[in-house]
Design a binder for this molecule. Structure first.
Ligand SMILES: Nc1ncnc2c1ncn2[C@@H]1O[C@H](COP(=O)(O)OP(=O)(O)OP(=O)(O)O)[C@@H](O)[C@H]1O
Length: 255
């Protein structure tokens, strides 16, 4: 299922936080949303997830304006993992993952299918052993993996992830990125690690000050001039030993 931003604008206190943001996340692709702190990544994801309403422009899910869809219809098509989660939820990890099934079971009891989906998602994210643990006792990385399991259990054709590698150790980071890049699901993720974005994403959208400054294949977006212009860093881009794209970053040196 395709996802698209069409001239999205969102203002706060009279200031445009994102403005004129247009891009398409093709069906089945893994698109990385990159840009410095405060460039508008979370805001764009929230607009695309229907958590925020645009001041102008449209968020499109399979060509339909999100505003024309009911909440439940959106939740059956797209799952969203926000950047920050509350720590004081009085639930077990398994109950949190079961929340992902709510758009499917509605008011009726959970089915065998719901239980199976929860178990599968927890296995995928390596958190089955934490099923009965209280959410508030989980570590940051455990909580992040449980939260992603909740989104997977939702069983949607589209996933929107805000910094999904946050708190994850290096092996869980690589494992998650491998899974996302190999999955048929349409994925858009806000990412800070440009090396992971370069290696695993099919497309990148680079934001700066609420606007798209570049979009396309990683090699088209992660160019030394753009890295210097947007991030104020020196980037060296090449091919790694495994044939995938490699990015090395260093501070700008004064000449
Ligand atoms: N509700 C709000 N009211 C006022 N300003 C806001 C609001 N939400 C976001 N902003 C501002 O909009 C800008 C973009 O924020 P956003 O969280 O989308 O950026 P981001 O690219 O996700 O940043 P980060 O990499 O730090 O997570 C920031 O300057 C932020 O302070």
């Amino acid at each position: 299922m395709e996802l698209a931003a069409d001239r999205l604008r969102w203002t706060a206190n009279g200031r445009a936080v994102v403005d004129g943001v247009t891009f398409t996340v093709p069906q089945g692709s893994f698109t990385g949303l990159i840009g410095p702190n405060g460039s508008g990544k979370s805001t764009v994801l929230r607009l695309l997830a229907g958590v925020r309403r645009p001041s102008a422009g449209r968020a499109l899910l399979a060509g339909s304006d999100l505003r024309a869809l009911k909440r439940r219809e959106v939740a059956r098509r797209a799952a969203f993992v926000a950047q920050e989660t509350s720590t004081d939820i009085d639930m077990t990890a398994a109950q949190v993952v079961m929340l992902g099934r709510a758009p499917h079971y509605g008011r009726s009891a959970t089915s065998e299918g719901d239980i199976r989906a929860v178990e599968e998602a927890m296995t995928t994210m390596g958190v089955r052993a934490l099923a009965d643990r209280s959410w508030s006792t989980l570590s940051g990385g455990e909580r992040q993996r449980v939260n992603i399991a909740r989104a997977l259990a939702q069983g949607t054709p589209v996933l929107l992830l805000d910094e999904p590698t946050n708190h994850l150790d290096v092996s869980h980071r690589l494992d998650l990125m491998e899974r996302l890049s190999g999955s048929p699901t349409t994925v858009i993720a806000a990412l800070h690690e440009l090396d992971l974005a370069a290696r695993y994403c099919d497309h990148l959208v680079l934001l700066d000050a609420g606007r798209v400054v570049a979009s396309g294949r990683p090699a088209e977006v992660l160019t030394p001039p753009l890295l210097e212009q947007v991030y104020r860093v020196r980037g060296t881009v090449g091919e790694g030993p495994d044939g995938r794209m490699d990015v090395h970053l260093a501070p700008l040196t004064h000449r």
